[in-house]
Design a protein around this ligand. Structure first.
Ligand SMILES: [Zn+2]
Ligand SMILES: [Zn+2]
Length: 175
């Protein structure tokens, strides 16, 4: 009985981590980075000067903000039907952690300071802290990976490739 229970707990936690991993991966490479090169929503909403982050993240009714939020969140919901079969509560835990992380990582706007020990742990585990995410808000070419830091180097590579593609398209249009 205890063994079955602990197996279910491990499976649930695994499913939650998998949901965050897949969600961040697809959100970063198929929405966030391409949106920086070809789109407008995200830059307007996320990187303009007159934003209030907590407001932006959860409370606002501005349709542009909602569209950016929905498109960015879609990858986290995409895998729910599949993950649900493995662990319903793990799927809910993953979504909940994802939502809490959105609020937490935008805390810098309200002068949030992460405890040094927690900062160390997050850096060790490659989890994006508010301090790190703030770097992305200040410079849209760095600190990608909404939840996991290790998506940053491939995301920066992807950003360069898409910039080249866009530049190539422009020059071929002109010629
Ligand atoms: Zn942000
Ligand atoms: Zn961005």
């Amino acid at each position: 009985m205890v063994l079955i229970l602990s197996l279910a707990v491990c499976q649930g936690i695994g499913v939650a981590i998998l949901l965050l991993f897949l969600g961040d991966f697809f959100s970063t490479f198929f929405y966030h980075v391409p949106e920086h090169i070809f789109g407008k929503f995200h830059s307007l909403v996320h990187h303009s000067n007159n934003r209030s982050f907590l407001h932006y993240a959860v409370l606002t009714r501005n349709p542009l903000v909602l569209i950016d939020g929905l498109l960015g969140a879609l990858p986290y919901f995409m895998f729910i039907p599949w993950l649900w079969q493995m662990s319903p509560w793990g799927s809910i835990l993953g979504l909940l952690l994802g939502e809490l992380h959105v609020i937490w990582r935008h805390g810098s706007a309200m002068n949030w300071k992460t405890h040094p020990q927690l900062l160390k742990l997050c850096n060790y585990l490659q989890i994006t802290t508010p301090e790190r995410h703030w770097l992305h808000h200040q410079d849209a070419r760095v600190a990608f990976g909404d939840i996991f830091n290790f998506f940053d180097p491939p995301a920066q590579w992807w950003l360069k490739q898409l910039t080249l593609i866009k530049y190539g398209l422009k020059t071929s249009n002109q010629s």
